[in-house]
Write a protein that binds this ligand. Structure first.
Ligand code: TTP
Ligand code: MN
Ligand code: MN
Ligand code: MN
Length: 328
């Protein structure tokens, strides 16, 4: 109609792995709100709604400009589904505080809340029996919930590299996760470790754990059946980073570090898996693999060999998406 400004109607492929999503987000107010809704849904065990919110956020992040009117979104996948109808936020501050403790998931947090424990102070006073990881998580709560900078990640990489090569000469380590996607900060630092000779990487993790003096505490990954994107030996841990404390009287700060070891034959898959993004890019690879868009069984996901990420994309019939464009 005359007088109305022309607006671009966006057109976007269905799956995040078919899109390029850089860190430049033109719709941050919308995606922030959707992420918060997703987090709340997940804390309330509403997986389906959580996924719907995350998919909607991922889609808005990929748009080339800010959304000015709903008509621009007509026909886009993942948006306007009934599942997106916004319900009142029901997750509590207590849930967010308690699940912020390393080693504490939604179930444990809910149990504590039912027992009248709503914050760290009450938890400490309660006499609850905590496992080692949770004790360390509680002790280093403030450090762990403070974002890790790229400079800190680089410093930790040097420490881990030294520890790894001291137990296995020729072992290689790569920074993965959000930092590999170019994020300037993160909630942890993720490393993938391998050795160019197949099999030499076996038994490496326990040795690394016992040698490094910077290592504070760890827990094993969530106990679910091994799958071929994350069947690798991993160690979710807390590290001591020297000389990085905000306050001068402290000589170090605690940082969350994830280590994963893969044989060289699986390196490309491990690299793709641990680069993420976890919320959208990676899950959408699974959905994209099946013709009807439902997630394929992990065991059928990568029933082929590949020596590089490029080969994996090519095998799946996808255009290569560099790590910096996987920020969905
Ligand atoms: P995260 O470290 O959780 O996320 P991130 O690095 O993208 O963001 P942040 O900066 O906040 O840390 O996960 C990184 C990747 O590791 C993600 O793609 C999923 C993968 N991963 C597994 O494959 N298995 C696991 O058990 C875990 C914990 C992570
Ligand atoms: Mn742009
Ligand atoms: Mn990370
Ligand atoms: Mn991680």
């Amino acid at each position: 109609r005359a007088g109305e400004p022309e607006v671009e109607v966006f057109s976007v492929p269905s799956y995040a792995c078919q899109r390029r999503t850089s860190l430049e987000n033109h719709n941050a107010p919308l995606t922030d709100a959707l992420s918060l809704l997703a987090e709340n849904a997940e804390l309330n065990d509403e997986e389906g709604r959580g996924v719907a919110f995350r998919r909607a956020a991922a889609l808005l992040k990929t748009l080339p400009s800010a959304v000015m009117s709903a008509s621009q979104l007509r026909g886009l996948p993942c948006l306007g589904e009934h599942s997106l109808r916004v319900r009142p936020l029901t997750s509590s501050r207590s849930q967010l505080v308690l699940t912020g403790i390393f080693g504490v998931g939604a179930k444990t947090a809910d149990r504590w809340i039912r027992e009248g424990i709503h914050d760290l102070h009450q938890l400490r006073a309660s006499g609850q029996v905590l496992n080692r990881a949770q004790r360390a998580g509680l002790q280093h709560y403030a450090d762990i919930n403070q974002p890790v900078t790229r400079a800190e990640a680089d410093a930790i990489e040097a420490i881990v590299e030294k520890a790894v090569s001291s137990v296995l000469r020729g072992a290689q380590i790569v920074l993965t996760g959000g930092f590999r996607r170019g994020k300037p900060s993160g909630h942890d630092v993720d490393f993938l470790i391998t050795h160019p000779e197949e099999g030499r990487e076996e038994g490496l993790m326990p040795k690394v754990k016992t040698t490094r003096n910077s290592y504070l505490e760890s827990k094993d990954g969530p106990g679910r059946p091994p799958s071929n994107m994350d069947r690798f030996e991993r160690c979710l841990s807390i590290f001591k980073l020297p000389g990085a404390a905000e306050t001068p009287q402290r000589a170090w700060r605690a940082v969350r570090v994830d280590l994963v070891v893969s044989p060289i034959s699986q390196f490309a898959f491990a690299l793709l898996g641990w680069t993420g993004s976890k919320v959208s890019f990676r899950p959408d690879l699974r959905c994209y693999r099946s013709s009807d868009g439902s997630p394929v069984r992990q065991s059928l996901m990568f029933d082929f060999c590949a020596a590089s990420e490029e080969e994996i994309f090519a095998h799946l019939g996808l255009e290569f998406v560099p790590p910096s464009e996987r920020n969905a």
